[in-house]
Design a protein around this ligand. Structure first.
Ligand SMILES: Cc1ncc(COP(=O)(O)O)c(C=O)c1O
Length: 383
């Protein structure tokens, strides 16, 4: 039997976009009715605004975060023979991007409090082949990238932060991405800043990296275009064609100014869950003092998770299990024997209990109370 249409959703693009109807139509119309340059201009405008919001010198709109991770790794010259340290509790995009460069993912355990990489366990995984670290800001929780920076600098490693879920989050008073060589955001529909299809961005303050990213995003063509005197193409690399679509960029430019208000509201929803759930036998997330997370979802630990999950879904709550099973147990990695995967006790413990509750800035007190009450009933059924 399939689930009912969720009563409490993870995202409400229809509500959000209806409220911004006039602004959105004004932004997409010139792209829709204009010439090719109009889409390019819409992308450039969004990129400038995103660089400003994230405190980086350059933002490059790309087709998705999956694409952004691949481009960023390749721009750092990660390739065959290299190892990249990451986590097993992520979307497959993270490890797959590493493998797609020809490099090998190595997995590190995480903190039980916020489910992000544990920097104290990273150095034991470094070998002469290690080239980079890809921390993941899971659920919108900033990984401790400042601590990783010290490790990376000691060993000459790059850091590419998978901030797909974390636009709007801060750490040490700076936007996520500030301590990385490059950070990657996703703008697909369920993300804290969602467009109407796919979208992503890579941000960096390293001009050389930005140049390489531009080249790889645009087929591998020299950034200055065809040789002026002859009109001949100049391909300086084997690249991809993965720019952010102009229409998506126009939508994102309208929504970006609302991000900080939406992030505040996401934190209020998370705080309301924490208050509502405090008497229940569940584990709540907790954070380093410097961490200012956003909440793409509110992720807790519960006993008899699969029973509780089914009960919530049957009651119309769009709960999800991100990411269960962890990557080293997925069929795609069967027989691959990911290095580090024999030492992931926290990752495995979290995967057995985690439950992601919906968070959207548009959820009201009644919606949150409904989720809390449904969860309380579901937990009662498990004792
Ligand atoms: C941690 C993480 N990284 C990367 C991605 C890929 O994002 P996209 O869908 O934009 O390719 C996701 C998708 O949910 C994700 O959760």
């Amino acid at each position: 039997m399939s689930d009912p249409v969720p009563h409490i959703r993870r995202a409400y693009p229809a509500r959000e976009h209806s409220a911004l109807r006039a602004e959105l139509l004004a932004a997409v119309t010139p792209v829709l009715l204009g010439d090719v340059e109009a889409g390019e201009a819409a992308r450039a405008t969004f990129e400038e605004a995103l660089a400003e919001v994230t405190g980086q010198r350059v933002a490059l709109g790309v087709q998705s975060a999956t694409a952004g991770l691949l481009l960023a790794l390749r721009a750092c010259d990660i390739g065959p023979g290299d190892e990249v340290i990451t986590v097993a509790n992520s979307d497959i995009s993270t490890t797959a991007a590493i493998s797609h460069t020809g490099a090998t993912p190595v997995v590190c355990d995480v903190h039980p409090s916020d489910a992000t990489i544990d920097p104290g366990r990273v150095e034991a995984l470094v070998t002469p082949r290690t080239r980079a670290i890809v921390p993941v800001d899971l659920y919108g929780h900033p990984a401790d990238v400042r601590s990783l920076r010290a490790i990376a600098d000691r060993w000459g490693l790059r850091i590419i932060e998978d901030a797909a879920l974390a636009i709007g989050a801060y750490d040490h008073g700076r936007s996520v991405g500030a301590f990385a060589d490059a950070a990657v955001f996703s703008f697909s529909a369920y993300k804290p800043l969602g467009t109407v299809g796919s979208g992503g961005a890579v941000v960096t303050s390293d001009p050389a990296l930005a140049r390489r990213l531009r080249i790889l995003r645009g087929y591998g063509a020299a950034p200055d275009g065809p040789v002026a005197a002859t009109g001949h193409q100049s391909y300086v690399d084997e690249g991809y064609h993965l720019p952010l679509d102009g229409l998506q960029a126009a939508v994102l430019s309208v929504k970006l100014p609302y991000l900080s208000a939406w992030t505040r509201r996401r934190r209020e929803v998370a705080a309301a869950y924490a208050t509502g759930l405090r008497e229940l036998p569940v584990n709540l997330p907790s954070f380093r003092a410097e961490s200012e997370p956003t909440f793409r979802q509110y992720t807790i630990g519960v006993p008899q998770r699969d029973v509780v999950y089914r009960r919530l879904r049957e009651a119309g709550v769009d709960a999800v299990l991100h990411y269960v099973p962890p990557m080293h147990w997925q069929p795609a990695y069967r027989g691959r024997d990911l290095r580090g995967s024999d030492r992931l006790p926290v990752t495995e413990r979290l995967a057995a209990r985690l439950l992601c509750l919906p968070v959207s800035p548009t959820l009201g007190a009644e919606d949150i109370a409904y989720v809390v009450d449904t969860l309380r009933d579901a937990l009662r059924l498990t004792v």
